[in-house]
Design a protein around this ligand. Structure first.
Ligand code: NAP
Ligand code: 3JN
Length: 349
């Protein structure tokens, strides 16, 4: 039931890097909110957060927290989603989950509104928000697939530390200060806090995001590969990924090589296509040194695309550079955009 003022909403992981951006995006988008419950662990219960000028106290997330909630936006990690998302659904909420917990579940739609908004009709209570690196890439790929067909994608990522949470942002800042001041420091968070070895991120590049799988790829790389095929409904698409962490606070960049199904297409045609594609801002003017950069993407909801050029050896191959704010289009904005789509499609009761 939609009340006069809007919907009863819960944000789980409200004190985190993504949760904070979800709260800000709900406010920025003027999303119809009747009530907003902010949930996290016992550690931050009692802390206050500003929403639309009012202070809201964070509460500890429990199954009963979801009584009366119509929409629950989760970003507190996969195990919390596994534990509490079904409790929210049981109590009548629709869950938009930012973790990998349900992304590859065949009964859960994995949605990027510019690409597969119609999959929302298939939801069974939970809708999965893809990984940030996948989201910005498929926004750029979908218009190309629709017009020219697509058969191969090879992506290398240049990912910001905010993708690994608030503690990774602090680690980058503290290490940078320590190195400049010639002080000692001890890496504790990156590449993966629960792993045995940790490496310097300041003034460095770490070719590991998430844990290694048996096939030699990291989980982040496998997320990009599997999620891309699911969102684009292309089981046979060839996708490979190498994911790298850089000392950037926010904004993921990607060098993407694609092969399309036609070989008479020019780079200018791909540029024209992407110029008017939803969610994309084309920044591609090499003569004037115009191209996307992560620092310029911070705080923006778009996906920025540039450096579009034809491969020198393959007439059906193209290269492009894709940049977006990983906490916005990569997480918070895509989740709120899914919520807006649910309202538009009359799926949020
Ligand atoms: P973060 O800054 O470390 O924040 C983690 C949040 O989870 C905090 O609010 C924390 O609350 C909460 N939390 C931890 N344990 C909890 C528990 N037992 N019960 C309830 N809440 C709990 O991490 P983040 O960067 O915001 O990311 C959070 C999650 O979002 C990630 O684990 C990931 O699954 C997902 N994520 C998705 C994307 C994407 O690509 N779409 C990108 C980044 C993150 P306290 O402050 O109380 O500890
Ligand atoms: O590292 C990044 O840039 C993105 C990280 C996302 C992330 C971090 C911890 C756990 C995820 C995710 O959304 O894939 C998860 C997870 O839920 O598996």
């Amino acid at each position: 039931m939609k009340t006069k003022q809007g919907y009863h909403i819960a944000v789980v992981g409200a004190s985190g890097a993504v949760g904070q951006q979800i709260i800000q995006t709900l406010e920025d988008r003027n999303f119809p909110v009747a009530s907003l419950k902010l949930l996290a662990s016992a550690r931050s219960a009692g802390n206050k957060v500003l929403y639309n000028g009012s202070e809201i106290t964070i509460e500890e997330a429990k199954p009963e927290s979801f009584e009366g909630v119509q929409l629950a936006l989760f970003s507190a990690g996969g195990s919390i989603s596994k534990q509490l998302a079904p409790e929210a659904v049981k109590r009548g909420a629709i869950v938009v989950d930012n973790t990998s917990a349900y992304r590859m579940d065949p009964n859960t739609p994995l949605v990027v509104p510019e690409v597969n908004e119609e999959d929302l009709h298939q939801h069974n209570g939970i809708i999965a928000n893809p990984n940030c690196s996948t989201i910005q890439m498929v926004v750029a790929l979908e218009p190309v697939r629709k017009k020219y067909g697509l058969n191969k994608v090879i992506v290398s990522t240049y990912q910001a530390v905010s993708g690994a949470g608030a503690s990774a942002i602090n680690e980058l800042k503290n290490q940078t200060r320590a190195i400049i001041d010639n002080d000692d420091f001890s890496p504790e968070v990156l590449p993966v806090s629960s792993e045995q070895k940790h490496y310097q991120i300041a003034f460095n590049a770490i070719p590991q995001i998430d844990k290694f799988q048996e096939n030699g790829y990291t989980f982040e790389e496998m997320k990009m590969i599997n999620e891309t095929k699911k969102i684009m409904h292309m089981d046979t698409l060839e996708v490979s990924a190498t994911c790298v962490r850089l000392p950037i606070e926010t904004g993921h960049s990607e060098s993407v090589y694609i092969e399309i199904d036609q070989d008479q297409v020019e780079a200018t045609e791909i540029k024209e296509l992407l110029q008017s594609a939803p969610g994309i801002v084309l920044q591609d003017d090499p003569t004037n040194q115009v191209y996307p950069m992560p620092a310029d993407s911070v705080g923006k909801r778009d996906v920025f695309v540039g450096r579009i050029r034809k491969d020198l050896d393959r007439s059906h191959g193209f290269h492009m550079w894709v940049v977006s704010d990983n906490l916005l289009k990569g997480a918070a904005w895509n989740s709120v955009q899914i919520a807006e789509s649910l309202v538009k499609l009359d799926l949020l009761k």
